[in-house]
Design a protein around this ligand. Structure first.
Ligand SMILES: Cc1cc2nc3c(=O)[nH]c(=O)nc-3n(C[C@H](O)[C@H](O)[C@H](O)COP(=O)(O)OP(=O)(O)OC[C@H]3O[C@@H](n4cnc5c(N)ncnc54)[C@H](O)[C@@H]3O)c2cc1C
Length: 544
């Protein structure tokens, strides 16, 4: 009797180095790939048009890739717009399947609860659910001191080729009605000539282009404006390939130099985060291909080979940080709702609605903060330093609780990855407590990284009549023309925040609590500290 399985696509829209897809095709006679876009995910507080756009684009890209590979015009990628258990039940009733195959996911409590419900359904029905690992994040008890070795072993293992048995992927007749795709207008992406002059727009030659295809965000109630459509980053296996190649061959030379300023980061950074987040490339593939390129540069007589290598090494470290931070959420799922460091469980902040509204609408009276928020709302991207500055402003200056800004901020990134986002958010807000609290001054960031005010002028039109010098010397209590005064005075608020955090961190028994957090979650790669007291200085890298 022939065996049949469902391959449940979950943040893994690719054919190459895909452990779940490979396993499904090796074990079963036929496999139906299904992407389930749940109504509860679409209406979740962390979801925005950017995530829906990313998934539609990735779905369309994978559809195209499958057509090219199988040389067939048949739609072999199924879509369901249902809650997962309802979707599985419908499929099973139409045609029973022996197994459900997917990757395991480190997500928020909502996706964790969904997965538990799916597990219960599988147990009840007798369907075997195989969850494969696609990253260097480990589930279950892991010895923290050997985890790095496990991580390395995974990243050094041969990556999986595109399976040859793609002809086994099919939508059987029994599923045709259930897996019908919406009828769509074909959309064309903005032509490259229109993109030439604006450094925040995506350039198809460097970052790829969106595909026309059966899914559009509009089908799920998320409409992108014409401006957003021209700025959002394409997300597909094909676009990931172009992005990685252009990074290796053209952009990485100025990576370290260009990553801090929002005027250069849109092209100098790798821009691989959306692809890693939605699985249009595997972390292992990005890592190994970069390592190969790095090794080749050792033999190369290319001018600046040393600089290329230094930049690629810095990129490789960041790929490791991804899993390091995601592991925190995998180990401590409660961190969505409470600080990682128990010293802060009783933290009470002012959490003012008025300050929250100023922050999220980009009307704080701090030009760099406002420009970043408004830029993200259109492009779905900002670089690391600016994300850290936005968090630091929200927490240290505006005294907003990290739980109040978590979902709103997640909605602004196309690359939203719950593990990295929550770990970074908590760290920048001082809720981890194992590193020195780092405060970013928005006005210093403006002077350092936007000295000509190009970025601020682009995203805050009220400030276009003023020069960079006029902007930086403005009277904070007055604003400039139509631009509002600052909503709070900076230094006094930061001092107050640091006192709140310090009092909790150094309460009786607080140091021991912080040491326990370090032992469980701290990086093992730097010098080990086994002192009773938490580290005082240093460790202020972006990573920790
Ligand atoms: C408050 C806050 C929230 C964040 N939320 C996310 C998120 O939801 N998703 C996300 O991918 N990144 C997040 N980051 C990390 C970082 O800002 C982005 O990964 C980076 O800006 C993406 O751009 P890039 O791909 O061009 O990065 P590059 O600088 O080219 O880095 C290469 C890759 O390394 C990884 N990486 C880089 N920096 C970090 C870091 N500090 N921690 C963990 N991994 C890192 C990313 O996968 C990135 O794609 C967040 C940072 C902060 C401060």
């Amino acid at each position: 009797m022939s065996t049949h399985a469902i391959y449940w696509l979950k943040r893994d829209f690719r054919l190459a180095d895909n452990p779940a897809l490979t396993a499904a095709l090796e074990q079963f006679d036929s496999v139906t790939p299904v992407f389930i876009l749940e109504p509860s995910a679409l209406s979740a507080p962390e979801t925005s048009f950017l995530h829906v756009h990313a998934q539609c684009d990735a779905f369309n890209g994978l559809t195209l890739h499958l057509r090219q590979r199988t040389k067939s015009e048949d739609q072999i990628l199924g879509l369901m717009h249902e809650e997962v258990v309802v979707a599985l039940e419908k499929l099973y009733r139409a045609k029973p399947f022996a197994a459900l195959i997917s990757h395991f996911e480190t997500g928020v409590n909502r996706t964790f609860a969904r997965d538990k419900a799916a597990k219960k359904w599988c147990n009840h029905t007798g369907v075997a659910w195989q969850e494969h690992r696609q990253t260097g994040v480990f589930r279950g008890p892991v010895d923290r001191d050997v985890r790095h070795k496990d991580w390395e072993a995974f990243y050094k293992a041969d990556r999986l080729p595109i399976p040859t048995a793609l002809h086994l992927l099919k939508i059987p007749d029994e599923y045709t009605e259930i897996l019908q795709l919406p009828k769509s207008e074909q959309r064309t992406y903005a032509p490259a000539t229109e993109l030439a002059s604006d450094k925040w727009m995506t350039d198809p030659a460097l970052l790829g282009r969106m595909h026309a295809g059966p899914l559009l965000p509009e089908h799920f109630g998320h409409v992108l404006s014409a401006e957003q459509l021209r700025y959002v980053q394409p997300v597909s296996e094909q676009a990931a390939e172009i992005t990685l190649t252009s990074f290796h061959q053209q952009r990485a030379l100025d990576y370290s130099k260009g990553m801090s300023s929002p005027n250069t980061a849109f092209y100098r950074c790798s821009r691989l985060s959306v692809h890693l987040a939605w699985g249009t490339i595997s972390g292992r593939c990005a890592y190994q291909r970069t390592q190969t390129y790095y090794d080749a540069l050792k033999e190369s007589d290319l001018e600046n080979a040393g600089t290329w290598r230094k930049n690629l090494r810095s990129f490789l470290s960041r790929l490791h940080w991804r899993d390091h931070f995601t592991q925190r959420l995998e180990t401590e799922v409660a961190m969505e709702h409470r600080p990682l460091n128990p010293n802060f469980h009783k933290l009470k902040l002012e959490d003012s609605d008025e300050l929250y509204r100023a922050w999220i609408t980009g009307t704080t009276g701090y030009p760099m903060v406002d420009a970043c928020i408004r830029c993200m709302a259109v492009t779905g991207y900002i670089n690391f330093r600016m994300r850290a500055m936005l968090t630091s402003t929200a927490a240290h200056m505006f005294h907003l609780d990290f739980r109040s800004i978590d979902k709103p901020m997640a909605r602004l990134y196309t690359d939203y990855e719950p593990g990295i986002h929550l770990a970074q958010l908590q760290m920048q807000a001082g809720m981890v407590g194992i590193n020195t609290l780092r405060t970013y001054s928005p006005d210093k960031q403006f002077l350092d990284h936007d000295p000509e005010a190009a970025f601020v002028h682009r995203w805050v039109p009220e400030l276009r009549p003023y020069t960079a010098a006029e902007i930086s010397k403005r009277d904070l209590t007055q604003g400039l023309g139509d631009y509002p005064p600052a909503v709070v005075e900076r230094m006094e608020r930061i001092r107050a925040y640091k006192k709140i955090i310090g009092d909790l961190k150094f309460q009786p028994g607080g140091r021991e609590i912080t040491q326990a957090v370090f032992d469980k979650h701290g990086s093992r790669r730097g010098p080990r500290r086994k002192k009773k007291t938490p580290p005082k200085k240093k460790n202020t890298t972006a990573k920790d």
